[in-house]
Design a protein around this ligand. Structure first.
Ligand SMILES: [Zn+2]
Ligand SMILES: [Zn+2]
Length: 298
């Protein structure tokens, strides 16, 4: 290709796509509907180290011994019964993954949902062998209607929809976004004690039609698992309404022991991320977007 064609294409490119990576600020070199560079996306990996089989929290080596049932339990899950069967998360809620979630949630960058959805799909495939029913209802943690109106969408639902498009288990997963509702506005959970968090959420969720959930197996989905209070409250409400079982899958999780594990060796780093696995799908997204003619110049 003559160099002037390349230059013209590049300048046209920068006029039409003037964005920098919204995470690290480096100029983007390729056309993508998601304004995040590949380096930032590649930094996002699965949770490393041993985690609790029930809640997904990292466990110290003293607790990392599997019990007689083959499960590894953190100190909390040894003490209390969780209202869900298992909660699993794709990655640690920090750095690039945290930024990507914020881009969707607070900046309305919708293409982030498809990347986050692929991560969620990978997470779901880890628990799918445990599903007992042929059809599982996927329930996104709901927002209060005022908040949803203000944001324009529920990020948990967007991520769930994106996951269902690519999930291996999609044949048995059915999105059911309306069976659980947030009927009361709640304050931010930040800075509250665990007792205060539970009080804050008491009565916040409801199942308007119990018949929708009676005897059903449910997969509750959210963007982030922080203290687990929200998904626990949702799971309790679903179980009280008659759900047979509740599983939880989130894209990210706050890991309390993160700093202790900062030095974990590279050998534990996953060889492939959700991004690698589905890179082809991302290419489709790009060519389907505006500006595909410009791509063809290259
Ligand atoms: Zn970047
Ligand atoms: Zn646990």
């Amino acid at each position: 290709m003559p160099s002037w064609v390349r230059r013209a294409a590049q300048s046209l490119f920068s006029v039409l796509f003037p964005s920098d990576c919204r995470i690290c600020g480096e100029p983007l070199l390729n056309v993508s509907r998601l304004p995040v560079c590949p380096e930032c996306l590649h930094q996002i990996g699965r949770v490393r180290g041993r985690v609790c089989s029930i809640c997904g929290e990292r466990v110290l080596s003293a607790y990392a011994m599997a019990e007689s049932d083959g499960m590894v339990r953190c100190p909390v899950c040894r003490r209390v019964d969780r209202p869900f069967r298992r909660a699993v998360a794709y990655g640690s809620y920090d750095d690039a993954l945290r930024e990507l979630i914020h881009l969707l949630k607070f900046n309305g960058v919708q293409p982030a949902a498809s990347v986050l959805g692929r991560m969620l799909a990978e997470t779901i495939s880890a628990i799918e062998p445990g599903f007992e029913q042929p059809s599982v209802l996927v329930v996104p943690v709901p927002l209060y209607k005022g908040k949803r109106r203000q944001r324009g969408f529920n990020q948990a639902e967007r991520i769930a929809r994106a996951a269902l498009k690519v999930s291996n288990a999609r044949g048995r997963l059915r999105l059911a976004p309306d069976i659980l509702q947030r009927v009361r506005e709640t304050h931010s959970q930040i800075g509250l004690t665990s007792h205060q968090r539970r009080e804050n959420l008491r009565g916040a969720f409801a199942v308007p039609h119990a018949a929708d959930v009676v005897g059903r197996e449910i997969l509750l989905v959210d963007d982030v698992y922080t203290t687990g209070t929200t998904v626990s409250e949702c799971a309790k409400v679903l179980r009280l309404a008659g759900a047979a079982e509740v599983w939880v899958a989130t894209v990210a999780r706050t890991l309390k022991l993160a700093s202790k594990y900062a030095g974990i060796g590279e050998e534990e780093k996953p060889a492939v991320s959700a991004w690698d696995v589905h890179e082809g799908a991302q290419d489709e997204d790009v060519s389907a977007g505006e500006g595909s003619e410009i791509l063809n110049l290259e």
